[in-house]
Design a protein around this ligand. Structure first.
Ligand code: AMP
Length: 215
């Protein structure tokens, strides 16, 4: 199965994707934002190429994103199933992704659109914390760690992502509305869009996502 999770930053796409991945061992999670953060951590050329965009809350150019996704899919057994989280993010990426999947004779099974207001996004991202060691995410109110500032899984330090600052979040939302939101109509016209109310808490949202994915 090929699934796309579409929606603004902070809508809960990553949290839901990780839940379904844990329960379906044949599903792989392709999170372009995380792949870029990993590249920056490693200090690779790709990491250096994308750093300025990520830190400013701007989208990375389409060619760089497509190269990353194509590499990720080389030799992959698509029958196993993928959740694409945070990709595609522009119409250009959506069209190029369609071409890529057509070559592999695999249509998208569902695009789950996480609908949420800007004000809820700002609240969520303000409280989001991420482990500097294992990258698990928490929320100070909705999904807190047992001990403040310490990761439950690996005892790493929890920090705010640099692009979760109020300034970068404003820019990311602008980018979302201008460049990513047009994909909602793009996929609606293709008949693959399933809208979920992402203002809900983690568990009710999970039930709606499960229905959308038909899992
Ligand atoms: P995320 O973790 O999904 O919020 O992504 C963090 C940042 O990575 C974004 O603000 C962009 O700078 C970059 N990024 C991730 N995925 C994409 C994409 N599909 N297209 C362009 N930029 C992306």
């Amino acid at each position: 199965m090929i699934y796309v999770f579409l929606g603004p930053p902070g809508a809960g796409k990553g949290t839901q994707a990780r839940y379904f991945m844990k329960r379906h061992d044949k599903l792989a999670h392709v999170e372009t934002g995380q792949l870029f953060r990993d590249a920056m951590k490693r200090g690779s050329d790709l990491g250096e190429q994308v750093r300025q965009y990520m830190e400013a809350g701007e989208l990375v150019p389409d060619d760089i994103v497509m190269e990353l996704v194509e590499k990720r899919l080389v030799g992959a057994a698509l029958d196993d199933g993928f959740i694409f989280d945070g990709f595609p993010r522009t119409i250009e990426q959506g069209e190029r992704f369609d071409t890529l999947l057509r070559q592999k004779h695999r249509p998208i099974d569902a695009v789950v659109y996480f609908a949420i207001s800007d004000s809820a996004v700002v609240r969520r991202l303000d409280g989001r914390r991420v482990c500097t060691n294992c990258d698990r995410t928490y929320h100070r109110t909705y999904d807190p760690p047992t001990e403040d500032g310490v990761c439950d899984r690996c005892e790493g330090e929890l920090v705010r992502r640099s692009d979760d600052s109020p300034e970068a979040v404003r820019k990311r939302l602008q980018e979302y509305h201008a460049k990513t939101e047009p994909l909602v109509s793009f996929y609606r016209e293709k008949g693959s869009l399933k809208r979920v109310n992402a203002e809900q808490n983690i568990e009710p949202l999970r039930n709606d996502v499960r229905d959308a994915l038909d899992l």
